[in-house]
Structures are given as C-alpha cells and as structure tokens.
Design a protein around this ligand. Sequence first.
Ligand SMILES: NC(=O)C1=CN([C@@H]2O[C@H](COP(=O)(O)OP(=O)(O)OC[C@H]3O[C@@H](n4cnc5c(N)ncnc54)[C@H](OP(=O)(O)O)[C@@H]3O)[C@@H](O)[C@H]2O)C=CC1
Ligand SMILES: CC(C)(CO)C(=O)C(=O)O
Length: 310
Amino acid sequence: MSQQPHVLIIGAGAIGSFYGAILKRAGCTVSAVVRSEYDAIRDGGFQFESPLGDISWRPDHLYRDGDQADSKPDYVILATKVLPNSDRAALIRPWLGENTGIVLIQNGLDIERELADAFPDNPIISCLAFIAVSRVAPGQIKHNAYGRLVMGRFPEGIDEHCSRLRDLFVEGGIDIKLTEQVVGERWLKCVWNTPFNPLSVLANGADTYTILDTPGGEQLIRDLMAEVMAVAEADGHPLPAHLPDSNIAGTRKMPAYKNSMALDYLNDRPIELDAILGNVVAIAHRLNVPVPRLETVLVTLRMRQGGAAG
Ligand SMILES: NC(=O)C1=CN([C@@H]2O[C@H](COP(=O)(O)OP(=O)(O)OC[C@H]3O[C@@H](n4cnc5c(N)ncnc54)[C@H](OP(=O)(O)O)[C@@H]3O)[C@@H](O)[C@H]2O)C=CC1
Ligand SMILES: CC(C)(CO)C(=O)C(=O)O
C-alpha cells in the first residue's frame, strides 16, 4: 500500500463527509461518490461547522456513480444509510481491486454478511460511529459533537488493514478503538440504538430527554434494552448487566439529542428500520428469544410505513 492511501467515500453524507475530512487531514487522497448533492459539492466542496475547527474539504475526485469508476482505491468507505432497497454490493463492486479494504461506517446489526458473501476475498472493516453530525443544506454539514470510531475486521479479528486505517484516523485527530469482536460491539451499540431510534420515530421525532422524561418512558427504554440484551446473549454476545444504567446515565449527561433515525423521519427520508430493529427481531425469532416489545415497535412502524418495510 502506498504512503498516502487513496480512499473513496461512497455516500458522502454527514458521516462519510466527516470521516473523509479526517482522512484528508491525515494526508490521504480522498475521493467521493455523491448523488443528489453532486452540483453543490462540485462547486463548493464539503463545508463544515465543527468543534474541531475548519475541516471543510474538497474531494480529490468527485463521481456521480460507479459507471465513472476509473481507479481501485486502497479503501472504499460505504457510508450510505442501510435501506432495504439499496444494493450496497452494486455500489461497491466497480471500485474494488484485489486488495481494496471495504469499510462500513453504518449503524445496525448483521449488516456485513451480505457484503462478505458478495466479496469473500476483500477484507471487511466494520465500524461504529459515536458522533452527532448532520447535513443542514447541500454540501453543508454540522458536526455537533464527538467522533470516536470502534472498528474491527468482520467477522472477527484485527488485521493490517484495520491497523493502517486506525493510524490514519488517529493522525487526522479522531479517537479509535480497535476491537477483535466487532459483532459484539455492534450488539453493544444496538442496546442504545434499537430502543431509542425507533421509539423516537413513534414519538414523532422526539429527542432523548422527551423519551426519558415522559412518565413510563425510561422504563420502556429499559424493557426494550433488556430484550436486546437477551437476544445478544443468545447470539453468543453476553453484555454487562450494568449497560442499561450506564447508557441511560450517559444519555442524561448529553444535551437533548435527536438521533439519526429521528432526523430522517423529520426530514421525510426513509428510516433504517430493518438494520437497527428488524434484524434484531429476526435473530430473536431464529433463536427463540421472546421480544414482545421490540415486535410491537417494529410492527407499528411497519404499519406506519404502509407495510413497505415488511
Ligand atoms: N449522522 C450521525 O450522527 C450518525 C449516523 N450513523 C450511521 O451512519 C450511516 C450514514 O448516516 P448519515 O451520514 O447520517 O446519513 P446521510 O443521509 O447524511 O448520508 C447518506 C448519504 O448516502 C448517500 N447515498 C445513498 N444512496 C446512494 C447511492 N446509491 N449513491 C451515492 N450516494 C448515495 C446519500 O445521498 P442522497 O442525498 O442522494 O440520498 C447521502 O449523501 C447510517 O447507517 C447511520 O445510521 C451512525 C452514528 C451517528
Ligand atoms: C449513537 C447515536 C445517537 C450517535 O449519534 C447514533 O448512532 C444515531 O444517531 O443513530
């Protein structure tokens, strides 16, 4: 691999453009595939408001889609939303060389398998983002806080692709945790996302304080967390019993916050219902773990979507 890797971001929205900015600061060549915001980004690049300072940047190469693929980057970072109608393998395929690392910075559970099956010879680096960042206008991004990534090779382990990428992110100013057990880390994060994200949509785009402070709200969150933890344990990833307490205490310490699914709902965009909730319920069914509350939330949201997500 060359001194300064070439990184391609596919789906450079809030997350993709943020981590692209970090890799640009680390001296990488960073290119981007963008869809609806192509013209704005071609004209003005990615403009940031961020506590990190001015991290605005312009992609070295800008593409509309894989038909324009003219290189095989060292890493392809996929940062689209995980939606049922999006063929993620098709988005990546045109850009893959023999040794290209596939990096997923996306929420959800069991979201890697489809890509591991499609590209068995390429390393898959699975990442969890702990950050609050959102698009406010075409090409304009507001980074509110945080930025830490947890990453590891899927299905397990840490290899040289992970370590190299970790070094680059650290050089760019981001805190990274490398993990041997990235699936366990996905479960850990889902204990927060699986209750909070869908509930915020049922509650009409509610923020974290509204959810926790509505009478019965915190208890509902705790009950949903307990169901997620029971599925995680049955799937071979037991989680610490104090997790609901520490998650809730941590959430109360942050300012009132609207998660990414609440923002999608409020902006009339599709929500990642299957990746964040549906896949957890599917695993529960496979392993015979009762999850009545998670099922209720899932089915109600599917009704709301007119059955489209079913
Ligand atoms: N934002 C946050 O704070 C956090 C987000 N996450 C997760 O990160 C992932 C990305 O989220 P986020 O960045 O917020 O989402 P955004 O909606 O901001 O960005 C997604 C990007 O993907 C693009 N895209 C979708 N399909 C295609 C396609 N076929 N070709 C090219 N581009 C495409 C979208 O373009 P278009 O505008 O055309 O739709 C958009 O630019 C999600 O899984 C989310 O759950 C995790 C932690 C925090
Ligand atoms: C954990 C959190 C809230 C970080 O932004 C997230 O993953 C989301 O917004 O979906």
